[in-house]
Design a protein around this ligand. Structure first.
Ligand code: NAP
Length: 315
């Protein structure tokens, strides 16, 4: 292992909006910070077409906002490195060792975990078999492959109902298949989808299987959750948006979390592990928006400064 350095004040794990905002604040606070991200910076912004609820931008493309946030962080000195983090361990000396697949180990007395979440699988037969052959977890990335087709979006939260809109510019018809008779998505998002003539909702229906040939997905096997009636829906695309799981598995020690695995923090974004802060989608909270992610990150970065000052004064 290359033990690169012990000289960081804080390591930020994850380069979505929360990570970039934390890096920007740490830079302005003159902390020696490093941000580790395995892919492009921007996180979920890169999978979102338009953002219309970020103050200052009535409408901005997700990737454009990602670029602006990255530029902003770099402007204030963010040290962003492409690294795939494997584990985060707090040692007896109070220093964290953040180990990466490159063999590099980063060390610091504080870590801000901003690693977001991973889309949940539906867990039905055919889902994995047709991944990339009709089954997708990103409408913005794959919507254009379905020109003139009939496709289905599965789920009833903000992600499903909002993302159903994007492929309507390519597909001739988009079904939203939802297991209940009401969406969980916010009212504005629902109203917009329901007003789109290409979108039709299949209520009270669960997907039993995703079926196709070697060329790709051809239909979904469905079951009505009220009557139990079975049916088939002919589609060449199946976009799955059934929530996501927080990426907290990197942390090797026990930390307090809710039953779904989201990290519990106090109002300073401190977790139950001293020196480990969490911000953004992986934290227990009412809602997960870009605005809440950057709010968390602001608090976390400022709380880290205070944590480091208190640590130094203890000697
Ligand atoms: P979510 O809010 O947890 O919704 C998940 C949806 O998938 C629910 O409708 C749920 O059905 C359904 N579902 C879960 N498991 C299922 C299964 N096995 N089979 C069929 N359906 C299943 O997740 P999300 O939409 O990914 O959003 C995650 C967070 O990001 C939320 O806090 C959301 O507000 C936020 N977000 C916000 C925006 C925005 O405001 N612009 C956009 C995207 C995401 P039930 O309703 O029956 O439980």
């Amino acid at each position: 292992m290359n033990d690169t350095s012990t000289s960081f004040d804080v390591i930020i794990v994850g380069g979505g909006p929360a990570g970039l905002c934390a890096a920007m604040y740490c830079g302005r606070g003159m902390l020696r910070a490093v941000l580790l991200e395995r892919g492009l910076t921007g996180g979920e912004l890169l999978n979102t077409e338009k953002i219309e609820d970020y103050p200052g931008f009535i409408s901005i493309l997700g990737p454009d906002l990602a670029e602006k946030m990255t530029e902003h962080a770099v402007h204030f000195g963010a040290d962003i490195r492409t690294e795939d983090v494997l584990s985060i361990v707090r040692g007896q000396d109070g220093l964290f060792a953040v180990t990466c697949s490159s063999g590099t180990v980063f060390r610091a007395p504080a870590v801000i975990l901003t690693a977001g979440g991973t889309p949940n699988r539906l867990g039905v037969p055919g889902e994995l078999e047709f991944a990339g052959k009709g089954v997708s977890y990103c409408a913005v990335c794959d919507g254009a492959f379905f020109k003139g087709d009939t496709i289905a979006v599965i789920g009833g939260g903000d992600a499903a109902v909002e993302e159903a809109d994007y492929p309507t510019r390519y597909a001739s018809k988009v079904y939203i298949v939802h297991r209940r008779d009401a969406f969980r998505a916010s009212r504005l998002v629902q109203e917009r989808a329901l007003a789109n003539p290409k979108i039709e909702v299949v209520w009270n229906t669960k997907v039993l299987a995703m079926v196709g040939t070697e060329r790709g997905l051809t239909h979904l096997d469905l079951e009505n959750t009220v009557s139990g009636a079975r049916s088939q829906l002919a589609v060449t695309g199946g976009f799955i948006f059934v929530g996501f799981t927080p990426n907290t598995g990197l942390v090797q020690q026990h930390f307090e979390h809710d039953p779904a695995g989201y990290i519990l923090t106090n109002d300073r974004m401190e977790t139950s592990i001293p020196g480990l802060f969490a911000a953004g989608d992986l934290r227990v909270q009412l809602t997960r928006q870009v605005t809440t992610a950057v709010g968390d990150a602001t608090t976390a970065a400022i709380a880290v400064e205070k944590f480091l000052t208190a640590r130094k004064s203890k000697g």
